[in-house]
Ligand binder design. Sequence first.
Ligand SMILES: Cc1ncc(COP(=O)(O)O)c(C=O)c1O
Length: 385
Amino acid sequence: MQLDFILSCSRCERETEPAGTPGVCEECGAPLLARYPLERIAKQFDPKDLEGRPWTMWRYREVMPLAAGEEPITLGEGGTPLLDVPKLAKLAGVGKLSVKDEGLNPTASFKARGMSAAVTRAVAGGASGFVAPSAGNAAGALSAYAARAGVPVRVYMPKDTPPAIVAECRALGAEVELLDGVITDCGAKAREFARQTGYFDVSTLREPYRVEGKKTMGYEICEQMGWSLPDAIIYPTGGGTGIIGMWKAFAELEALGWIEPGRRPRMYVVQSAGCAPIVRAWAAGADSAEPWAGPETVASGLRVPSALGDFLILRAVRESGGAAAAVSDAELLRAAREFLRHGIAACPEGGATLAGLYRLRAEGHIGPEDSVVCFNTGAWIKYLE
Ligand SMILES: Cc1ncc(COP(=O)(O)O)c(C=O)c1O
């Protein structure tokens, strides 16, 4: 099966072929990213080609890690609504506010996109089992796509992961290990298990394709806005796959000639004040982030004390002219309730983006005329407690 892209190291730029089940760069250990022959693709692929295609993330298959004629392992991920919330826009003092509601994905979070792409390529590459550490939603998504592929899966999660997510993983047939620790502890266990068993490790950015799935959020926003982009995107950042993926998508869209050069949005990171390594690094002007000691937040997806792709997140924020903000748990929960009162069933991490908008607006990073997209990354229903 011929794949029409190469993998390039995000740090040392060493190139590798996408055969088998690639992990990180063998030279320097940094994440690998897929590079497509965009100049050639631009000659054969046009927004009009999308007309009539199903509204899933695979509608962009020419710029996805798929061989010609290959079918992905899919549950219908992507195609989530971009919802205008004019009353909240007024309250926040911005020109326009939309919410990309990722809670409507299979398994009720944006993690479905990344796992669909990662499981598709890994199964094609010969993986016979999957393992991943997770704050919850990634484990739920992986469990579903592994079940869809008929491949066994083990997931490691902190023991205080929302019970609905733990139940979901078990119901989908995953072997669940709950640990007294945070996601980085779960990651160490997952790597050890992968070494012992040969299961494929689909940890954030330790394989190149979850980013490819997540980048489709950027393509979708652009298509939903009539091939234009907002001034600002606010993203609740843990491991950062989504922000890295979207920034990659906007570069690709520019290279394809589908958006005007210089029209990419400013990218804003929001984290919880109880675990804000990227915010601290951004404020210090650093290129990478020191691990956060004693991470604590109710927003479990944001409890990521150190991210393998820290330098890529910071690069996206800087290159785009964005910023990073921390909000308290009280602020993010209050904002999630505000979203709910406008009909958007936001998870705590989604609430963080609205709380972040208030803060970024007050600090002058976001202006009164700006059009803003906030990400609700998962559905409220998983967080009943
Ligand atoms: C609901 C939710 N939002 C945001 C995040 C953080 O996402 P990322 O790792 O892409 O930064 C997670 C990760 O677990 C999550 O579950």
